[in-house]
Ligand binder design. Sequence first.
Ligand SMILES: [Zn+2]
Length: 135
Amino acid sequence: MVSATIVKEFTFDAAHRLEGHDDVCQNLHGHTYRLQVAVYGEIKAAPGAADDGMVIDFGRLSALVKREVVERLDHQYINEVLPFRPTSENLAAWIVRVLRDAGLPLQFVRLYETPSSYVEIQERDVPLGFAISCQ
Ligand SMILES: [Zn+2]
């Protein structure tokens, strides 16, 4: 069996502020976030099946990430949507948890806050049952 990593990329625009930050991030501002979701698994050998030769159908992966993450954050003020300090690290950990809970065989999530700054979190680094608490 051959295994592979499948990566799908998304973008969304959102505003946030980091309360208590000692620089400009304490002010309300926005980002065009770029999100890469990586799924790992065996390439299915199921001749005749719709997903023969795939780890996961890109369309199915796309629909799931849009429903669970992108549509909840796009054009939102994140501080009012999620109950934790909305750093890139916390957002990426939340995304891992949400997608894992939705049944995705996740490998990692990479979240770009700017074109040159991203955080990457491996699925195995987010404890099961993990929930980010309020600030
Ligand atoms: Zn920011």
